[in-house]
Design a binder for this molecule. Structure first.
Ligand code: ADP
Ligand code: ZN
Length: 606
């Protein structure tokens, strides 16, 4: 097993649970595999497929996912193909012929086609195993129900001796039971991995308005030069605005939402997958069909409606296991919009509850990862040290006077104002809404001038969370003082607010491992040890892009970011050493060794 892992995939060791699962399947037993995105599910059936006689049949719901997997396998020199409606009939019959001859190790197929195939050529095929990918599609309870998946019970009926592996990244208890029952798995073992994604750093920024959000995003992208990411927005209009904002600042960005034509959407997706565009500004519609392993960051321009949505979207970052970031912006106007959505959804109770849990996460002053994992039913007994709360614990201060100023302004308007007008009154702004109602005559007008508007936004959000004010959703979102708020206003209790942490101005490249250039000459005999990591990484990255263009596959199919990073750190100059880098199997070693080692040698001589 280890030898095959190295020879075909170039890896030296298994990820957690992979070895157990593979051993189990090799013994001809059924399995249900639950692993987070990027956990390494594919290997759990691909490696057995290589070691077993015959062809593995992989059922997969999306053509784009099949394409990606097949390209990745072929890039490692493994015979694989996909039967689907994108192929010409000639291509499909050739694939069927190869399956019958036993030439293919893996055949990907959609569930609809599988049904025909089971009546036809699969009767004469030696099937090593069945893998059912995205197995949650089988369940009506799951979020991507596919009626075609419910036919899959015939697999066990027609091939009682062939092992079935079902795999998914999202399955609650009911869905899990549905999968087992519908596939009629025989004494299946269920393998559940932790859903933690420790390589993703989690952060939240609270109370930002558009201008500060944009500045913050530009700052963030400046710290991630050339790294691909997705910005999720709640509305189509926002995706367009954010995209335009980025383009003005010379960042390669595009949009993706359900209002575009299929052709436009495909182009946006292809451009992103092939590293032709750095940023996609998207609604939640984007991401399901992509397997791009080098998405380095996810920004939520608006808060998602639930933690399920949030974690699924966050999970699209860092599939390759390399450091990645997730940044969430959280504001009062998001809460208002999402509350409206929840109320109109026809399932107000559940959806409001989900929104509340989402808000608690955004407001957390304990480790965010603990909150997330416990929401998904996993207990961890330690803080992650890799979220903003762990890295920069919040401090509180006596904010009674601030709270009193805000509440007093609300009180003096007879509780007839929303968030923005309140801030205008506190800051002493002569806006139309203010002067029309003569709020400039109030005693509290300008009483909070010393606090920037952005900070007021943050404090008001905290006050909502602390239960001092409520938003009257049925009264134009006006702010109302609660009993607890009234206690603070009249001096019966005090208020503890969280100190606002201000963002640092733009830092330069944050990559570690870069050595000062000077040292190179001082220790000339150590030129190799001191080669500038960033420079070499960029050179390797452009060679990867060139090769990807030549072969018409996405760059991450040629090599993952992780493999490229290892190459930049180890700078192998012989084909032998090149083959030792993690992620380089025998096939890629032979195919690319010369070009990459040549480049590295030239870089070292420089
Ligand atoms: P999933 O389908 O669970 O989202 P994948 O099967 O696509 O995950 O694997 C995610 C990434 O991890 C891929 O780039 C894959 O090559 C890599 N990977 C899988 N197994 C290993 C391993 N044992 N060692 C190193 N990398 C691995
Ligand atoms: Zn933490």
């Amino acid at each position: 097993m280890k030898e095959t892992l190295k020879r075909y995939f170039g890896y030296d060791s298994f990820r957690p649970r992979q070895e157990e699962i593979i051993t189990h399947v090799l013994q001809g037993k059924d399995a249900l595999v639950l692993m987070p995105t990027g956990g390494g599910k594919s290997l759990c059936y691909q490696l057995p497929a290589l070691l077993m006689k015959g062809t593995a049949i992989v059922v997969s719901p999306l053509i784009s996912l099949m394409k990606d997997q097949v390209e990745a396998l072929r890039a490692n020199g493994i015979m694989a193909a996909a039967l689907n409606s994108n192929n010409s009939e000639t291509e499909n019959s050739q694939i069927i012929r190869m399956t019958l001859q036993g030439t293919l190790k893996l055949l990907y197929i959609s569930p609809e086609r599988l049904m025909y195939a089971l009546e036809g050529f699969l009767r004469d095929t030696e099937v090593s195993l069945f893998a059912v990918d995205e197995a949650h599609c089988i369940s009506q309870w799951g979020h991507d129900f596919r009626p075609e998946y419910t036919q899959l019970h015939v697999l066990k009926e027609l091939f009682p001796k062939v092992p079935i592996v079902a795999l998914t990244a999202t399955a609650d208890k009911i869905t899990r039971e549905d999968i087992l029952k519908q596939l009629q798995l025989e004494n299946p073992s269920i393998f559940i991995s932790s859903f933690d994604r420790p390589n993703i750093k989690l952060s939240v920024r609270r109370g930002y308005r558009t201008r500060e959000k944009n500045a913050s995003i530009l700052n963030f992208i400046a710290q991630h030069p050339g790294e691909c990411g997705i910005i999720y927005c709640l509305s189509r209009a926002n995706t367009e605005k954010v995209c335009q904002m980025l383009r003005i600042h010379h960042i390669d960005a595009t949009i993706y939402h359900a209002g575009m034509t299929a052709l436009q959407r495909d182009k946006a997706q292809e451009d992103f997958i092939n590293d032709r565009v750095q940023v996609v500004c998207a609604t939640i519609a984007f991401g399901m069909g992509i397997d791009k392993s080098n998405v380095r960051w996810i920004i939520h321009y608006n808060m998602p409606k639930s933690l399920e949505n949030y974690y699924q979207e966050v999970g699209r970052a860092g599939r390759d296991g390399m450091p990645s970031e997730a940044l969430l912006f959280y504001s009062l106007s998001d809460v208002i919009t999402l509350t409206e959505f929840a109320r109109e959804s026809g399932q107000e109770g559940i959806n409001m509850e989900k929104l509340k849990r989402m808000q608690q996460y955004a407001e957390a002053d304990i480790c965010r990862r603990r909150i997330l994992l416990s929401y998904f039913g996993e207990d961890i007994d330690h803080d992650c040290h890799h979220c903003d709360v762990c890295m920069n614990p919040p401090h509180r201060f006596d904010g009674t006077i601030l709270v009193q100023k805000a509440l007093s302004a609300i009180y003096r308007t007879n509780q007839q104002i929303g968030n923005n007008t309140l801030i205008d009154i506190l800051r002493g702004n002569y806006r139309a809404e203010v002067t029309e109602n003569h709020y400039e005559l109030l005693k509290t007008f300008g009483a909070g001038r010393d606090v920037p508007a952005k900070d007021w936004n943050d404090y008001l959000l905290q006050m909502v969370q602390l239960g001092y004010i409520e938003i009257a959703y049925n009264e134009k979102n006006h702010l109302k003082i609660t009993q607890a708020g009234s206690d603070v206003l009249f001096g019966k209790s005090s208020a503890q607010l969280v100190v606002i942490q201000h963002e640092e101005p733009t830092a330069k490249s944050k990559k570690k491992g870069a050595l000062p250039r000077k040292e190179k000459n001082v220790f000339s005999e150590q030129a190799i040890a001191n080669i500038d990591y960033n420079e070499l990484f960029e050179l390797l990255r452009s060679l990867r892009k060139q090769i990807a263009a030549e072969e018409m596959v996405p760059p991450y199919i040629v090599f993952s970011d992780k493999t490229l990073q290892q190459m930049a750190l180890l700078h192998p100059t012989t084909i032998e050493a090149f083959g030792n880098v993690s992620g380089i199997g025998e096939y890629k070693k032979q195919k690319y060794g010369e070009r990459f080692t040549n480049l590295i040698r030239r870089a070292l001589e420089k």
